[in-house]
Write a protein that binds this ligand. Structure first.
Ligand SMILES: Nc1ncnc2c1ncn2[C@@H]1O[C@H](COP(=O)(O)OP(=O)(O)OP(=O)(O)O)[C@@H](O)[C@H]1O
Ligand SMILES: O=P(O)(O)OC[C@H]1O[C@H](OP(=O)(O)OP(=O)(O)O)[C@H](O)[C@@H]1O
Ligand SMILES: [Mg+2]
Length: 302
């Protein structure tokens, strides 16, 4: 491949490793974006669209997209803010994975258990911009003089080890399950932000001609994301209970109602958010629904 072979192609940045990588490959497969990545090459051509995928560290993607070096990208909202690229990139779609919180953490039995106590001490983080923005107003409010202000030091990974190693009094790091934090003997005392993976494009696109392709890819990815968020719930219910039933499963627009041979009954089919499915089934059982079936969706357009 040479630079010419990228001419006219939409450049689409994908995290090359880490927590978002596998999920992105699943999204691309679901959107039928076909490619073969030879020898872990960081740029590869898509076979069935004029697109080239560029595999980059998640933290570098906001700047590449924001500066227009690539047209489209997937990364975390946290690293967009850390790179201070929020004005330069447009969030097109939330992707419903890579969900985590950026939190201030301290040793469980340590001497500093509030943000005010921690201010002026040593913080280690991979998010030095966001940590700096968070502690500046605290330092200001506490009137800490220049030499007494919070010291923020950058490390690229394994942030949770910093307190045990004596490098820090607290850290600012991402938390999902909390396993890493607990295993390191830490707990959270404040939350800076919540984050999830997003599809982004340049706020000032270089090639207007790429917009239709961006829309097509967005719509395909949105379909895959919606399919992972919803299930189909089907059940039979007495016609006279239909009003109660549609209140429980209103669907996205409206549920599909089909007559049954037994005229007193109808079949209902409706999209339900996956994380509500157990509650919905309980409520349906309560009003006398029968034969309740739940189906996963492979793909959809909504
Ligand atoms: N534990 C997690 N759960 C969910 N999302 C996460 C988690 N850790 C990180 N993320 C998200 O993934 C993005 C990339 O972080 P990640 O640590 O996976 O990448 P990396 O540092 O490039 O890779 P690695 O840590 O494997 O070297 C983060 O900016 C955040 O949005
Ligand atoms: O709350 P949890 O589910 O435990 O997830 C949080 C951990 O995930 C990320 O680390 P990662 O695995 O990317 O390792 P790293 O520290 O080397 O970046 C993050 O930096 C936390 O350490
Ligand atoms: Mg990491």
């Amino acid at each position: 491949m040479n630079a010419d072979s990228l001419n006219g192609r939409l450049l689409f940045a994908i995290p090359k490793k880490g927590r978002l990588h596998e999920k992105c490959l699943e999204l691309l497969a679901g959107a039928d974006v076909q490619f073969r990545r030879d020898h872990r090459l960081d740029v590869c051509l898509v076979k069935n669209h004029p697109i080239a995928l560029v595999f980059l560290p998640a933290a570098d993607i906001p700047s590449f997209v924001g500066k227009g070096n690539v047209d489209l990208g997937i990364t975390g909202q946290d690293v967009i803010l850390e790179a201070q690229m929020q004005a330069h990139v447009t969030e097109i779609l939330k992707l419903n994975f890579g969900k985590c919180a950026l939190q201030v953490q301290v040793p469980e039995a340590g001497p500093y258990q509030t943000v005010d106590n921690l201010a002026g001490k040593r913080i280690v983080t991979s998010f030095e911009v966001l940590a700096g923005q968070y502690f500046k107003p605290v330092d200001d409010r506490l009137n800490l003089t220049e030499d007494k202000r919070t010291k923020i030091e950058y490390v690229g990974g394994s942030v949770e080890a910093a307190c045990a190693l004596g490098l820090a009094d607290g850290i600012v790091d991402l938390v999902e399950s909390g396993d890493t934090m607990r295993a390191a003997g830490l707990h959270a005392i404040a939350t800076l932000l919540q984050s999830e993976a997003v599809l982004i494009k340049s706020s000032v696109p270089k090639h207007v001609s790429l917009e239709p392709l961006i829309s097509l890819i967005t719509s395909r990815i949105a379909g895959v994301v919606a399919a992972s968020r919803y299930v189909i719930c089907e059940y039979n219910i007495l016609r006279e209970k239909l009003h109660d039933a549609t209140a429980i499963t209103p669907g996205r627009r409206a549920p599909t109602i089909s007559p049954l041979e037994d005229e007193g009954w109808v079949a209902v089919s409706s999209m339900v958010e996956k994380n509500r499915v157990a509650d919905v089934m309980d409520a349906l059982v309560k009003i006398g629904a029968e034969d309740i079936l739940i189906f996963n969706l492979d793909n959809c357009r909504v």
